[in-house]
Design a protein around this ligand. Structure first.
Ligand code: 3NM
Length: 215
């Protein structure tokens, strides 16, 4: 079953290299206890076996906290570990095929890069749109230009979906992203590379609450 309510406000997307040699599971545990509403396991280099094993370990943490786990790109891995859904990008499996395989009870999120993709997505029964990069980021480099705050404002007016901003988001700009109309923020380095991931999540949550008051 799909969770009745998904809290997209502060959404952790993992990246093992950005954990700076620390244990990914420990960072996920800290972030979950500090209040992220959703975790996406994003493994660009792992073998399928390692991805599944890590997925099961992360699943144990998210299940205990009753928050959803999504798997980046790999529908087979999501099914194997019993994840709540997937996040797919423009060069991954087409959205319609992902939805067909996973069915209506799984969460499917889609990354969009362009205005045209944002409008096309209005026809799709997806759960949320990842819109990015909002700001410059070195975590993902195969992107076109940034949306900026003005882009988020325009996107909120034109999209029928829940919008999650991603790319270069920190505690210092998260409030602006939410204030411009994003429903949530997805964050990699500002949590995974933070000296204290728990502190980072708390600061992001505070910034998001401030942004919600200004929207
Ligand atoms: N997707 P950070 S930007 C995974 O634009 C990802 O779709 C993006 O990392 C997109 O929080 C990005 O470290 C990386 O900037 C975001």
């Amino acid at each position: 079953m799909k969770p009745a309510h998904v809290d997209y406000r502060v959404y952790l997307v993992t990246d093992r290299p950005l954990c700076l040699g620390r244990d990914l599971l420990d960072i996920v545990r800290q972030a979950v206890h500090a209040g992220v509403g959703l975790v996406q396991l994003r493994e660009k280099q792992a073998s399928t076996r390692a991805f599944v094993e890590l997925g099961r370990s992360v699943r144990a943490i998210t299940s205990k906290a009753s928050i959803p786990l999504l798997i980046n790109d790999r529908i087979d891995v999501a099914l194997a570990v019993g994840a709540d859904g997937v996040h797919i990008g423009q060069s991954d499996m087409p959205f319609a095929d992902a939805r067909k395989i996973l069915g209506p009870d799984k969460i499917v999120g889609l990354s969009i890069d362009t205005w045209e993709q944002l409008l096309q997505a209005n026809q799709l029964d997806l759960d949320y749109l990842g819109i990015g990069p909002v700001f410059p980021t070195t975590t993902k480099t195969d992107t076109s230009g940034e949306w900026g705050i003005a882009g988020i404002t325009r996107a909120r007016a034109a999209s029928v979906h829940t919008l999650v901003g991603i790319g270069g988001i920190t505690k210092d700009n998260a409030g602006q992203v939410i204030g411009a109309g994003a429903h949530g923020i997805a964050v990699v380095s500002a949590i995974c590379s933070a000296p204290s991931p728990a502190r980072a999540v708390k600061d992001l949550r505070t910034a998001v609450e401030q942004g919600r008051r200004s929207y």
